[in-house]
Design a protein around this ligand. Sequence first.
Ligand SMILES: [Zn+2]
Length: 114
Amino acid sequence: MHEFTNILLNEIKLKSLETSEEIAGVIFKFKELNFFQMDNISHSKEGEFEIDPKVILLKDKIHCIFHSHPISDAAPSCRDRNIFKNHKIPLLIYSCIYDNFVFFDGEECKPIKV
Ligand SMILES: [Zn+2]
């Protein structure tokens, strides 16, 4: 249950590759996992992201928070790790240059190849 499907990951990957800016979104766990792109409210859209605090209110339905790394690898940055620390929500990160995902649950970074 609540596994990433290739269809979902490919959808996220294509959206990430459409732009040179960092994109962000939330993967909700309803019956299946669903991706909703969110505005990146950070002022510097190339190197970082912030998620709208309102989204956190839906925490129980959130599987993970997604953002892309347009020009770096998919490893979570210090800021990313802080997002996990603050909200206890796992992160999914896609690297546009290395074409891979990392799922970070606070302990482990699990690579996901599509
Ligand atoms: Zn990041």
